[in-house]
Design a protein around this ligand. Structure first.
Ligand SMILES: Cc1cc2nc3c(=O)[nH]c(=O)nc-3n(C[C@H](O)[C@H](O)[C@H](O)COP(=O)(O)OP(=O)(O)OC[C@H]3O[C@@H](n4cnc5c(N)ncnc54)[C@H](O)[C@@H]3O)c2cc1C
Length: 306
């Protein structure tokens, strides 16, 4: 029986683990992937908005965290597949057969990118699907590309790619872009970028690699093909809450509902970071939520140095 089991080793879960350790709680952290850090591994630009530190990219941040964790006195299991969760009983069953139990649970499972679910999307992963404008822009220099999405991430990537690509076509479903006005203005005054609002990419086409996208501009109008060599998809994110969906209150978009202590409607079950906070998805916010949850748990258990 652990004091705390933390699910997810992104910035939120890692902060909670460090605080639980400091507060003398017997802690186990479970991470499904082989590496700690979560979305930090998708940040390819400098991180300059976390107080007192600057990192060249998210991987450097994760590396520093990894080193810090080595001094921590808690268990961290990576590449773990959780098969069952009984939220009220705080029992977790792993695919490997272990049955785990804790007094408190902290859910820090974050979010993942939404996918389009269209033909070609899976097939061309790594073969013309652009992961990041910052990291991969140079690989597509001199080639025509398409960006799908109308929010900040899509527009920012379109602007980055327009620095090296002759044409960038931005396709989005809404009538208006959701991106912040300064991004949208830069987009509309950039001669390399064409915007197709109220439109959808319905297929990615090609042989070995992406060669074209099929674009549907309006219902009833025949789709057309546009030759491109790269496609970058940024259509938002989705919370990783499927494991808990029937047992915890979720909001209309599937995020876990919590109170100011980051506690869910089930006593001693907490949700922290992006999985519970769609308004401010930041590393610093995730880390702060981890500290709060750990302190509340320690205070309830009458421990120790809280
Ligand atoms: C491109 C990009 C740039 C960004 N730039 C910045 C920035 O400059 N500054 C900033 O503050 N924020 C930035 N962010 C946001 C920041 O990365 C997130 O807010 C932060 O990572 C959230 O941390 P988290 O721990 O809540 O979730 P995540 O980082 O999503 O971590 C969740 C972890 O849980 C694991 N997990 C999921 N399901 C399970 C399961 N069933 N079992 C076990 N483990 C599971 C995942 O594998 C992952 O490791 C950026 C994000 C992106 C994508």
């Amino acid at each position: 029986m652990y004091d705390v089991i933390i699910i997810g080793a992104g910035p939120a879960g890692l902060s909670a683990a460090l605080w639980c350790d400091e507060l003398g709680l017997d802690t186990l952290m479970l991470e499904q992937s082989g590496a700690i850090g979560g979305q930090l591994h998708s940040i390819f630009n400098a991180i300059e908005n976390y107080p007192a530190v600057r990192f060249e990219d998210g991987a450097a941040f994760a590396e520093t965290l990894s080193t810090q964790l080595k001094d921590g006195d808690f268990d961290l299991w990576t590449q773990v597949q959780i098969e069952t969760v009984d939220i009220k009983a705080k029992k977790i069953g792993l695919r490997s057969g272990e049955q785990l139990q804790s007094i408190s649970t902290i859910i820090a499972t974050g979010v993942r990118r939404r996918t389009l679910g269209i033909p070609g999307e899976e097939e061309f992963t790594g073969k013309g699907i652009i992961e990041s404008g910052t990291r991969d822009g140079d690989l597509y220099a001199g080639q025509d590309v398409c960006v799908i999405g109308g929010g900040d991430a899509a527009v920012e990537n379109a602007l980055l790619l327009a620095e090296v690509c002759p044409t960038v076509t931005l396709v989005h479903r809404g009538r208006k872009l959701r991106a912040r006005p300064e991004f949208a203005e830069r987009l509309h005054t950039n001669h390399c970028i064409t915007v197709f609002p109220e439109s959808q990419v319905t297929r990615l086409l090609g042989g070995e690699r992406v060669e074209a996208v099929e674009i549907q501009r309006r219902e009833g109008i025949k789709p057309f093909q546009l030759a491109v060599r790269g496609v970058l998809i940024r259509i938002g994110v989705k919370p990783n809450t499927e494991l808990f969906a029937d047992q915890l209150a979720l909001d209309s978009e599937g995020y876990i509902v919590v109170n100011a202590s980051h506690e869910t409607q089930v006593a001693n079950v907490f949700a922290i970071g992006d999985v519970s906070n769609p308004l401010a998805p930041t590393i610093v916010g995730a880390a702060g939520a981890g500290a709060t949850a750990a302190k509340v748990i320690a205070a309830r258990l009458g421990n120790r140095s809280s």
